[in-house]
Design a binder for this molecule. Structure first.
Ligand SMILES: Cc1cc2nc3c(=O)[nH]c(=O)nc-3n(C[C@H](O)[C@H](O)[C@H](O)COP(=O)(O)O)c2cc1C
Length: 204
């Protein structure tokens, strides 16, 4: 079993990376293979709304997206981490999720004629598990967290919870100090335990 953790921060070794790694290390204790992917060094254009993926079943933009989409497809679970940027996830993570969500829908469904009703056949992610993690200096974690939940729940993922929202408080003045948020770390570790438990049940 494999879980891929994505950090949407442009900062290579910032708070988001630390928190996503915290979750991945905890998953590792349960024998789950993990991989951390930093989006900061990836070339990821935003979705152009060309709708080419509806028919072609692939994205028309040539950048690092395909490699990342394949990482999601090959994983049993993913963790989506982002700092709050004005209460939102970062543009790069949004670009990945817009393109993956749209392509993931159209690889398993066909566009219907106008006025006909959809009976969606799942998505490329059906049955996969996901958990969001967000971090901010002061406020906005929950808005970014909600963005990630909305993406997950429209795309047929199974969302893993914890004993609180997986949000951390860190980064005043750009500090990398998420290690000091011991409550946040405990919540994220508990989420990882839940994810491992769920993945094991799903594999039975
Ligand atoms: C452009 C920008 C916007 C930010 N917006 C918010 C915000 O809305 N609320 C907040 O509390 N912190 C905000 N921050 C602070 C970051 O969320 C915080 O420092 C976080 O820990 C950075 O994570 P990272 O180290 O993974 O990059 C912002 C930082 C930047 C650079």
């Amino acid at each position: 079993m494999k879980v891929v953790g994505f950090s949407g921060s442009p900062r290579e070794n910032g708070n988001t990376v630390f928190l996503v790694e915290t979750a991945l290390k905890q998953l590792g204790k349960h024998g789950i293979e993990t991989e951390l992917i930093r989006l900061g060094d990836k070339k990821l254009e935003q979705c152009t709304g060309c709708y080419a993926c509806v028919k072609q079943k692939q994205c028309s933009i040539e950048d690092d997206f395909l490699q990342l989409f394949q990482k999601i497809l090959a994983a049993d679970g993913i963790i989506l981490g982002s700092p709050a940027y004005h209460s939102s996830i970062t543009p790069k993570l949004k670009a990945l999720l817009d393109r993956a969500g749209f392509l993931g829908r159209w690889v398993t469904n066909e566009m219907k004629a106008e006025n006909s009703t959809y009976q969606w056949q799942g998505t490329a992610f059906s049955g996969k598990v996901v958990a969001p993690i967000t971090v901010a200096r002061r406020a906005g974690q929950n808005f970014a967290f909600a963005q990630l939940l909305l993406w997950a729940t429209v795309n047929d993922f199974i969302v893993v919870g914890s004993n609180y929202w997986n949000v951390a408080v860190a980064g005043a003045g750009g500090k990398v100090d998420a290690a000091e948020d011991t409550e946040g770390i405990g919540i994220i570790a508990h989420m990882a335990d839940n994810m491992a438990h769920l993945l094991n049940k799903l594999k039975q």
